[in-house]
Design a protein around this ligand. Structure first.
Ligand code: NCD
Length: 306
């Protein structure tokens, strides 16, 4: 059974294929309106979500399928002590594909080991978020026209930000990528990603604390929120939460064709005034997310039927 737990579960060729399918869906949505008819997608969300869950549900509906699920652990049998493994076996009786978000790193992998239908990781703790990365790759492809030869700035909470971890892993497979890692000293990228992904693949990167100094050289600026729910104490969060705020004034330093991205939700990292700038891509990014998830559901359902 094929699952999507980490972005490395997909080859570069498969990612290209998903992007091509998503582009075709955008151009010809009617062609795909009954691809999943008679199928059901279950969303198992043990952590808050707006975009990811609703985008999966919208994606499945636009493919002609049905949706079921829960959006908080307290309303599921997890509150009675059911294990993720048992829940995965149970949901396999009701749905043809399942999407899981969990606060514990590795929970979707446990689900995949116990499910008899495809499992998609929709974010596991501070670890990975592969479908946000597919969203980000489609956004970059559509907005910049390429996935190679880019200077990519990642700014904010690089320690706990799972979207950053998956995006770095994905972009490291393309040529000519250079990363500028902008964070407070306390929130730098985990060592395992530096050694196992960046150093192993010989990817060029710099670590800095200054957004202003980095801005002029960036093709992409990926802003992230400080991940309050992963902090051990509130004082640290309060001290670090406003480390970076992108404003209209700061954008004067940036290239005219910069692409500003953010997985959302935004807290304070991007001033609302920036939304009007043509370089702001974060709301378009949300829409791209629905189309790439349609492509992913289609692919996994087809593989499961083989
Ligand atoms: C992200 C997440 O859940 O990791 N949100 C999302 O899925 N778009 C980013 C975040 O919560 O900061």
């Amino acid at each position: 059974m094929r699952h999507l737990i980490g972005i490395e579960d997909l080859s570069v060729a498969e990612i290209e294929q998903l992007i091509a399918t998503a582009e075709d869906i955008m151009a010809n949505p009617a062609k795909y309106s009954s691809v999943a008819s008679g199928k059901k997608l279950a969303t198992l969300f043990y952590e808050p979500s707006t975009r990811t869950r609703l985008s999966f549900e919208a994606a499945m509906m636009e493919l002609g399928g049905g949706v079921l699920g829960f959006s908080e652990a307290q309303s599921s049998s997890a509150a009675k002590g059911e294990s993720v493994a048992d829940t995965a076996k149970v949901i396999s009786c009701f749905a043809d594909i399942m999407v899981m978000r969990h606060f514990k790193e590795g929970a979707p992998m446990v689900a995949a080991m116990n499910a008899s239908v495809p499992v998609i990781n929709a974010g596991d703790g501070g670890h990975n978020h592969p479908t946000q990365t597919l969203t980000d790759l489609l956004t970059i492809k559509c907005e910049k026209g390429r996935l190679s030869d880019l200077t990519v700035g990642l700014c904010g909470d690089l320690k706990f930000g799972r979207t950053v971890h998956s995006l770095i892993t994905a972009l490291s497979r393309y040529t000519g990528i250079r990363f500028v890692l902008i964070s407070p000293k306390e929130l730098t990228l985990p060592d395992y990603i530096k050694s196992e992904v960046l150093d192993r693949k010989g990817i060029e990167y710099v670590e800095t604390t200054s957004l202003e100094e980095s801005l002029p050289e960036l093709d992409i600026l990926y802003m992230t929120r400080v991940q309050r729910e992963r902090f051990f104490n509130e004082q640290d969060y309060i001290r670090l939460k406003d480390s970076y705020i992108l404003t209209v004034e700061k954008l004067d330093l940036a290239k005219p064709d910069l692409c500003i991205m953010h997985p959302l939700p935004r807290v304070n990292e991007i001033a609302v005034g920036v939304d009007k700038d043509s370089r702001a891509c974060y709301f378009k990014q949300v829409l791209y997310g629905k189309y790439i998830r349609m492509a992913l559901i289609k692919m996994l359902l087809e593989e499961a039927d083989k």
